[in-house]
Design a protein around this ligand. Structure first.
Ligand code: UDP
Length: 365
């Protein structure tokens, strides 16, 4: 297949929540952006998504069924489980039936089943792994497939891939965003942002502690995924100048974000990428993050933000005090150079073509 060849692509979404709900975290925005860029480039595309998905501007096939439990909430040694009338199984049953109409299936789910099913499919399957290692069973099947189908398992960053301790080199695919949707804001208010799913692995409490110590208001945006965790933060920090704004649309979110002096990223896990990092940079907002996972590969320390010692609230406070050293225009520039839709499209198109070319070489297609 030549690089200019048009592909017929089938994207299979995550089964943890409908697209547009926020339950899928960064996967939702990544899938949306990759899909729209592939369509703009003239490829044929269909998305298999959970029923109740609210995107009307992209071609969706909505599949019913019960949602999958998120991997982050389970023990590493937990066995693989699926509910009755499993949405995940239903999505892959549909995918199996229509596979003959496509050149390539792209799996966005962080679940064991699609990896396991891969050798049983006639159509090529690419897997985009959206989190670091969390489950022994998933690690095992990923290791196996990386050997069996080289090049078909993609990660967002090297530090994310390193958590799987793979022997083979794998493709790394940074995300990208539609920069025209993010306004550059040169003059922020005296406030900070924290954006993401509200769940323990995201470490919101550290940002709240830093906001309380500095007395700089913290605007919190994102889906409350763990209600008890959220309630505990509110109880533990009753005097923090904290304002929860809900799960906002990209447009509303970027408006608030742009008016902030910095985005605080305080993950307690290895963040695979961290879409909010590049959304923040696009608004001209420096990112203060723990030196861990995806943000540590994105943020240019001292130039487009600060990387601080993981889990150190004093480290966050020190970085907040140094924010005047950052030129907000440099932040926007980094987003424009590295994380545009064009750059995203080039990365993914090349990856898809490579997979299909390799398949032709082995005489499989
Ligand atoms: N997000 C949003 N509205 C909000 C808060 C967050 O649309 O009010 C989106 C944000 O654009 C990003 C995603 O939620 O795409 C969070 O993804 P990220 O990669 O940062 O973390 P994940 O949830 O995947 O761990």
């Amino acid at each position: 297949m030549t690089v200019s060849a048009k592909m017929k692509l089938l994207f299979v979404s995550t089964p943890v929540g409908p697209l547009g709900s926020g339950m899928g975290g960064g996967v939702e925005l990544s899938l949306y952006n990759i899909a729209q860029e592939m369509i703009r480039r003239g490829h044929q595309l269909q998305i298999v998504a959970p029923a109740g998905s609210s995107w009307n501007d992209l071609p969706l096939v909505q599949i019913p069924g019960n949602l999958q439990i998120i991997a982050q909430s389970q023990e590493r040694t937990a066995p693989i489980t699926m509910p009755e009338n499993s949405l995940l199984a239903n999505m892959w049953d549909y995918t199996r039936q229509v596979q003959g109409d496509y050149d390539l299936i792209v799996n966005f789910a962080y679940d064991w089943l699609p990896f396991y099913l891969t050798p049983f499919f006639g159509c090529a399957i690419a897997h985009l792994v959206s989190m670091g290692s969390l489950s022994n069973a998933l690690d095992q099947i990923i290791k196996q497939l990386v050997k069996q189908f080289p090049g078909t398992i993609g990660f967002h960053t090297q530090t994310q891939a390193a958590t799987f301790a793979l022997e083979q080199e794998c493709p790394y695919l940074s995300n990208g965003i539609d920069l025209s949707l993010y306004d550059f804001c040169s003059e922020p208010k005296q406030q900070l942002a924290w954006v993401g799913r509200i769940a323990p692995e995201k470490g919101l409490e550290d940002a709240v502690a830093a906001s309380q110590s500095t007395n700089i208001p913290l605007k919190v945006m994102g889906k409350i995924q763990d209600e008890l965790y959220w309630q505990k933060i509110c109880q533990d920090y009753p005097n923090a100048p904290l304002e929860y704004l809900g799960f906002l649309s990209t447009n509303q979110m970027q408006q608030v974000m742009g008016e902030c002096r910095a985005l605080l990223m305080t993950p307690h896990w290895v963040e695979a990428f961290g879409n909010v990092t590049i959304e923040s940079l696009a608004c001209g907002v420096p990112v203060i993050s723990y030196r861990r996972g995806g943000p540590a590969e994105i943020v240019q320390d001292g130039k487009t933000g600060f990387l601080v010692e993981p889990d150190s609230v004093p480290g966050l406070i020190d970085a907040i005090a140094r924010l005047d050293e950052i030129n907000r225009y440099t932040c926007r520039q980094q987003a424009e150079t590295e994380f545009s839709l064009q750059a995203l499209g080039d990365r993914f198109e090349n990856w898809f073509h490579k997979i299909l070319d390799l398949r032709c070489d082995f005489g499989n297609s």
